[in-house]
Design a protein around this ligand. Sequence first.
Ligand code: GUN
Ligand code: ZN
Length: 442
Amino acid sequence: MTDPDTFDAYRGDILDFAAEPAAGDDAVRFRPDGWLLVRGQRVAGVLDADAEPDPRWRRHDWRGHLLLPGFVDTHVHAPQLDVIASYGTELLDWLQRHTFPAEARWADPAHARRSARRFVRELLAHGTTCAMVFPTVHRPGVDALFEAAVELDMALLGGRVLMDRNCPDALRDDALAAERESVELIERWHGRGRCGYALTPRFAATSSAAQLELCGALLRAYDGLHLQTHLAENRAEVDWIRALFPESRSYLDVYDRAGLLGPRSVFAHAIWLDADDRARLAASGSAVAFSPSSNLFLGSGLFDWAQTAAAGVPVAIASDVGAGTSLCQLRSAADAYKVLALQGQRLDAWRALYAITRGAARTLRRDDVGHFELGAWADFCVWSWSADTLQRHRVELARSLHERVFAWLMLADSRNLAAVHVAGRRVPLDADFTAAGAPGAA
Ligand code: GUN
Ligand code: ZN
């Protein structure tokens, strides 16, 4: 853990948001050549270029670099690094052909531990310092994921995946084990370090009504639990849910009946909804994890951000790796822009950045990350404005801050990442977190 009496001042172009940048630039805080002050694990202030930290502060010179809050990924699958970029399938076939076999391999605890640690390392190596994560149904992998986060003092939400039908035997829950292990894991990890437990029914096709009701009961039984699942991603999936739950008005209604909606619930995708569904999401305070890379890759559909936001539903941008093809949230934001462009909608740089920083943190009820206000966790990244000559050329030509940041968002990726800090401590990005084996070992 970082010594609470360290005083570090990081100099660079500091950017965060005071509020949601809904209309215009007022919420944008850009402090070129400023100082980000970090005392121990927390942000102690930001100084403009013309102020100087007093000599107590150890100085870190990142002039000409961009200092941003660490990215927040509201929907990502740890075991799916093994199947990222798998060819040729839509959602339901992709699950059967690629995803379930990869997840079944987590039955081997050594493999699960190695994979969980590799996953956390990769998140950080892509600039993501807080995430809501799906592991698998296997408890050792869930433990390993949380252990890795606690070791680094990292904010991570997740929970044992629940699935009791329509899946391979190796991934199928038995009802008693699902309940017992979920309770044990909640008691072990919820609120430990900076972690939170998220009940994780995979989706309505792989959970019986009884299992969804168990989730609802657990959600009511423990304070502050989160919930994550998939919703209305693909048309064939939606038809299947209609056949499995004929008594429900809609896909969302299946979850609503089980008591799964609420201000700590995050629904991934939410593409194939109607106005009643959106109103119900908004009324319950539920949020949506828009996963553009995944939606394009699997050909799932175009998420309608304008209608969703107009209904009052908070939206964050997520990677959804391994259906998404990059852990880098800059790539997710660039894909989000393109998905909206196909619908005649526009996503400016401020809304895009907000949806991978402060706005995303807010959907996870982590209001102490994603910005640089006094007392926030010092989770931040240093980015270079250009990682190659084309990026440099384009960024230098920009005539306004928005033009510059937008071009950077569209062109930059993890090659631009210079340093990552979690809870005030710089994380060595080349460290081998896969303690039990050689890097790259299965
Ligand atoms: N729906 C159910 N499981 C999954 C998954 O692992 N990925 C995606 N994209 N959708 C799902
Ligand atoms: Zn997913």
